[in-house]
Design a protein. Structure first.
Lengths: 671, 126
């Protein structure tokens, strides 16, 4: 976008190009003429217009259309003729997208940030991914400049939208039985070519583009789509429209399929139908997405790329040149087609096709420079999004940290457990009456415990809590899950967590390390509730440390049942906790643990130490040790341990002497 | 007509295979956890491995855990890693998260976590 004036002109003339009478009888090029046409693909941009992490509030150079823009410019310098297409999953996926869709909904006369940039980059067309439906049909209709004729969308006029067409062949309106987008377009592309004698000429190539989205949108976005639209299978849609496109004069047909490859038996609801789509007669090139993979990729071990008919080095699927440009603008897909005119139409010299996915990361691990023009176009939206992420959703009257989580400070964990417990209790009451009488517990673990250095702890100061603080308190993008376990299973879970510690020999006079560094803190799950209580006996070997496990003061029986709120990672087998392998899951929420936490903070308004930072479920079994039991944390934090009620912690040395900035602390197990 | 019959036969065979994987996995989990049967790690390993080999992502992930732990099978860290990567390549969220947690490069970890976040939006509910 260095050449902003040509860009503007490009935008201005694009509608004229699109409206050009593509059915003109005149031959596209004289017999024997040849041309190179590079089809360029972006996919799964997920609103990453600029490379920026809105939760860390920091630049993220490995992603962003601002860097892909450079790759596009380079491809246009290399190839005389290019067609730039986007595969979809474009308008959703980060805080910028949420801000434009939900927080300050786009006005009818405004163009969505990412489409503004795509207009300036002169996209020729795009298709629609599954995530385009996440904000509902009315929003999608508005921002794409469409006027969907579907129930519930009242749109008196066409709103501002992209300057390029969207195509989607397999989503239909229930009301009209017509596709909600144009199923295909035939773009008359003016190209620089050579005649049979090698002299430069201008000619026209009719590029047919047709788009497909995963039919599984009907379950993923049921609340928006049910009763309003329906899907057809990808293969069915291709079989229906591709002959029509040929009849209307398309020289080449580019299938834009938001999906990957899967050789399972075909069904009309198949999510990743690319392997079948490539077998539909007439597909000349295929642009894939959705699976967030890089194709071609000779080094890939992905099973989908070893299917019959797939050439992962050359980028061919059943002989159809195919590209998938990874995600977030990290790559640009390039399919360079060599065309030859036979006097009637253009044909592709198949053996001369070259397929590549070009990376925005250089061989030396650096990244291509961002195109500053992109930021210029969306600076206002970008800055407003940062403002939104910093907006308080509530406040806390205490500092929430993990410096002493290993010795029992619940200050950064209790609010997570409180939020998860409330969510699961509500869910059980509403949806799982058979479990209504079971106690609901919650587990969470300190995600940041100094792995990267003494600065690498959760530390949220007292005061306002904004969205980005919620990301500090819940670092990982887990979804909230709940499992049903019995007393024996609960004990086994806690035993596995307690592997976090070394076995302590009380008679040893020498210092002993408390923490077994081989067990990461994210596998140290603990409840923080007054309902459940237990001791961890460090004198016992791993697997035999949990003592006095009690619910409301009464010992837990091995067959007693519990519902435990946790996350998808743990419930599915992450950390290989006994019995947790998906077989105990009773709730697989679509909500992320972080969103559950945010909702809880919004509702609670003010978090207090008494309610959300003082309750412990466990303590170490008291034992007098001959020597100190030591652990490492950031220096000068002892006051925080005292505030958390940990009287048995002392700082031994402000520098533990290991050179990573940690202090040495001791925990007195006799207290 | 002949083609149609052949196609139907293929379709049904494929569906049976997919059904087999699910059945294998559920059987494997029962033996693994002693649900309704006596726990039997070797039988569990056999059934879960079969489901993993049939391309079922959650089975691949569990099989990876069992290989790592030597549960019902001789421990094999390299094979465990291979199955973990295979499950992640199929977009299984916990596998992407596990790879992220183990990634030495924070940027790589972050990107894997983001992919997990995205993949979680496509998980079927219960």
């Amino acid at each position: 976008m260095r050449h902003s004036i040509p860009c503007q002109i490009g935008i201005a003339i694009l509608p004229a190009v699109l409206a050009a009478p593509v059915l003109a009888a005149k031959p596209a090029a004289p017999k024997g003429a040849s041309a190179t046409l590079a089809v360029l693909e972006t996919t799964d941009l997920h609103s990453n217009v600029v490379g920026y992490d809105y939760f860390k509030l920091a630049a993220e150079p490995s992603i962003g259309l601002d860097r892909t823009a450079r790759l596009i410019a380079q491809a246009r310098e290399e190839f005389a003729n290019t067609v730039l297409l986007d595969n979809g999953d474009t308008i959703q996926g980060n805080a910028l997208a949420d801000w434009q869709a939900l927080v300050k909904p786009l006005r009818c006369d405004q163009t969505l940030g990412i489409y503004k940039v795509m207009n300036a980059l002169n996209y020729d067309g795009g298709s629609i991914g599954n995530h385009e439906f996440n904000y509902g049909l009315a929003y999608l209709s508005q921002v794409t400049g469409s006027r969907f004729q579907v129930a519930g969308v009242e749109q008196p006029k066409r709103c501002a939208g992209p300057a390029f067409p969207h195509v989607l062949a397999n989503v239909y309106s229930v009301k009209t039985k017509q596709p909600i987008f144009a199923p295909y377009r035939i773009i008359a592309k003016k190209v620089s070519a050579q005649d049979a004698n090698g002299r430069p000429i201008t000619a026209t190539v009719k590029v047919g583009i047709i788009g497909f989205t995963p039919p599984t949108i009907m379950s993923w976005d049921k609340r928006w789509l049910d009763g309003k639209v329906y899907t057809t299978g990808v293969r069915e849609a291709a079989l229906k429209y591709i002959p029509e496109m040929r009849k209307k004069g398309a020289d080449i047909i580019v299938a834009i399929a938001h999906g990957g490859l899967d050789a399972s038996p075909y069904t009309p609801t198949m999510e990743n139908a690319g392997w079948y789509l490539a077998q539909v007669p007439g597909v000349d090139a295929m642009l894939l997405g959705h699976a967030h993979q890089l194709f071609p990729n000779a080094a890939s071990t992905a099973p989908q790329f070893n299917l019959a008919g797939v050439d992962k080095a050359k980028g061919m699927v059943h002989g159809v040149p195919t590209v998938m440009a990874n995600l977030w603008g990290k790559h640009l897909g390039v399919i360079a087609l060599q065309l030859r005119a036979d006097g009637k139409r253009w044909t592709i010299e198949k053996d001369r096709t070259v397929v590549e996915a070009r990376a925005a990361q250089n061989a030396d691990k650096s990244f291509v420079a961002a195109d500053p023009g992109v930021m210029e176009l969306i600076r206002a939206e970008h800055e407003a999004t940062i403002g939104y992420v910093k907006t308080p959703v509530g406040s806390t009257d205490f500092r929430m940290t993990t410096y002493f989580a290993d010795v029992g400070d619940p200050s950064a964990l209790a609010v997570v457990n409180a939020a998860q417990t409330q969510y699961v209790k509500n869910y059980v009451a509403a949806n799982l009456p058979q479990y209504a009488k079971l106690p609901v517990l919650s587990m969470s673990a300190p995600f940041k415990s100094g792995l990267a250095g003494a600065f690498d702890f959760t530390d949220v100061p007292a005061g306002n809590l904004a969205l980005n603080n919620a990301a500090d308190l819940y670092l990982y993008p887990n979804a909230l899950y709940a499992v049903k376990v019995d007393g024996a299973g609960l004990k086994a879970w806690l035993e596995t967590s307690a592997r976090r510690f070394n076995t302590i020999d009380p008679s040893k006079p020498a210092p002993q390390e408390l923490v077994n560094a081989a067990v990461p803190s994210y596998n140290f799950d603990t409840p923080t509730s007054s309902e459940i209580s237990y001791e961890i006996d460090l004198t016992q070997p791993a697997g035999a440390r949990i003592r006095k496990l009690a619910l409301r003061g009464a010992p837990v029986a091995p067959d007693q049942e519990f519902i435990v709120a946790t996350n998808n990672y743990r419930a599915s087998g992450g950390g290989n906790f006994p019995g947790l392998d998906g077989s105990k899951t009773v709730l697989a929420s679509p909500d992320t643990s972080r969103d559950v936490l945010i909702a809880y903070i919004r509702e609670t308004r003010t978090l207090t130490r008494a309610q959300h930072g003082a309750t412990r479920s466990w303590r170490f079994t008291p034992v007098k040790t001959a020597g100190p039991v030591v652990f490492h944390s950031a220096p000068g934090m002892l006051a925080l341990a005292r505030e958390a009620g940990l009287e048995n912690v002392s700082q031994v040395a402000a520098d533990d002497g290991l050179g990573k900035g940690f202090a040495l602390y001791a925990v007195d197990l006799a207290k | 007509m002949k083609t149609l019959v052949l196609a139907l036969a293929l379709l049904c065979a494929g569906a049976a295979q997919a059904g087999d994987a699910r059945a294998d996995y559920e059987l494997g989990l029962r033996y693994r956890n002693g649900i309704g049967v006596a726990a039997d790690p070797v039988r569990a390993a056999r059934a879960i491995e079969a489901a993993a080999r049939d391309g079922m992502p959650e089975a691949m992930f569990t099989w990876s855990n069992m290989l790592a732990a030597g549960e019902g099978v001789v421990a094999d860290a390299a094979e465990a890693r291979r199955w973990l990567e295979a499950a992640a390549a199929l977009g299984f969220p916990a596998a992407l998260q596990e790879l992220a947690l183990r990634a030495p490069d924070p940027r790589e970890a972050e990107l894997l976590m983001r992919q997990a976040a995205h993949a979680l939006q496509h998980q079927p509910g219960l």
